[in-house]
Design a protein around this ligand. Sequence first.
Ligand code: MN
Length: 456
Amino acid sequence: MKTLLKGGCVVSGRGAEQLDVLLEGEKIAAVGRDLAAGDAQTVDCSARLLFPGFIDAHTHFDLEVGGTITADDFASGSRAALRGGTTTVVDFAAPDKGESLARGLARWREKAEGNCACDYGFHMTIDDWSDSISREVGEMLDQGISTFKLYMTYPAMMLPEGDLFRALLRLKEAGGLAGVHCENSAVIDVLTAQAKAAGRLSPASHPRTRPAPLEAEAVGRLLRMAQVADVPVIVVHLSTAEALEEVRAARRRGQTVYVETCPHYLLLEDSVYDHPDFLEAAKYVCAPPLRKRTDREALWAALAAGEIQTVATDHCSFTLAQKRAGRYDFTKIPGGLPGVEHRGALLYTYGVAAGRMTEADLCRALCENPAKLYGCWPRKGVLAPGSDGDVVVYNPAGESVLTAAGQAQRTDYTPYEDFPLRGGVERVYLRGALAAEGGRVLETRGVFLPRGRCVL
Ligand code: MN
């Protein structure tokens, strides 16, 4: 099967150029001027932008959180992803405490196998440390799991600092890379207990018990440990200007630090938690919480300056009925926001069309950098001969409004309700096959993506 994408503007991390793209089988066969292939199906892409398939390296599908399970599983989440141009997700295999990493990985591969419409890989969550887990790290790398998630908060998930440091040393030795959730757990616990004792149980307490300095403090503490261990690390879902300052300080010391942020930290702010209607506030509960306008502006500037390498969604979706579990206690609201479907159009609209970033910046943030960082470059993340035929055909013309009514994500709301959008994803190819067209998702089957070392 051959498809010739004709007359589009091919975007890379270096710029945009009018070039044709020839897909053959699962791969890109050629990228160039005036390509011809008599036996190919030709698609007119004039006035369209062609991006490499977007990579969302932070999703949580089919995850149990506090006694409930995310609204999206691999089937619905991956279809929503494809609809929005995301052809690869990297989800998190999360073993139970005491369970081997191998068993955890097997369980998560089972959840995705045959159900995931886009390509997928896994980060491995390490929420426990022992000699046997240390030994398993090497086996995980052999199986294409090259990145590991460590938590500095959540009692059920976090590692004591000594173990976190041991894990960093072991990952360095094995060639793996850690992505870390940075918040100061102990102080959050005290603030939470105080809020509860005072009867402040509404969602308004959520951001107040997880204030910005407690993220910056944890980022700083992590980066000092990484300095001593002499390892690069990824700070995931960074949300504040203060945390960025900690990253800058580490980089000035000569450290390699990678930063991910999320669309919600770029586009929303913490005033939503003060809404008098419980659900109107609860639907935005996530951790770290939404921050201030000044944080948003700092994140946009850092993204344009290349200080933030990637934007992933941390898609962790719950319905409003699930959020209602915290009606009388904000700590019982399942934390997480949907977003896997809309990241591309939101970043295009509020980044590129708004003049905050270029098309090349967008390509770096959603395609090139995650592919390099998470070890799947150049198979993914670039439109070049030999790479997978994952292509997003984006029509930058036209305006629409984002609403939950039209979404494929299995939630009954979106945090971006009524957000105007500029242009949209018109067609998506996954390994050479048409996977989505005009919002309609076709039958595709994703494959497990073994990943190697970071090359960013
Ligand atoms: Mn997450």
